[in-house]
Design a binder for this molecule. Sequence first.
Ligand code: AMP
Ligand code: ZN
Length: 102
Amino acid sequence: MDCIFCKIVNGDFNTKFVYENDYVAVFKDINPKAPIHLLVVPKKHVESLNELDDKNLMGELLSAVRETTKKLGIKSYKTLINTGKEAGQEVFHLHLHILANA
Ligand code: AMP
Ligand code: ZN
């Protein structure tokens, strides 16, 4: 499958992960919209939130937000999930944005 985030989480580009576990990888957004802009990405390909049926993975994604922000000492941040083209989803591999000022 030609999916950029599958390639990234598989290590094809040697992307540095800010946080990683068996289920999730977190890396910097290539086109940051805030001083800190990270993407929390499931290692399994899921097209969007509409296709996410795995409640354990739902928990893992939010847990990765907590672990990442804790690790980086980020106390205030926004999280965002774009679902569907009309809502602004550009990459059709589920991801949560973490946006922070410092
Ligand atoms: P969305 O609009 O929610 O689908 O967000 C897609 C995000 O992925 C955008 O903020 C892009 O800047 C980011 N992005 C696209 N390609 C890459 C890449 N190769 N590495 C890191 N981030 C990327
Ligand atoms: Zn994928």
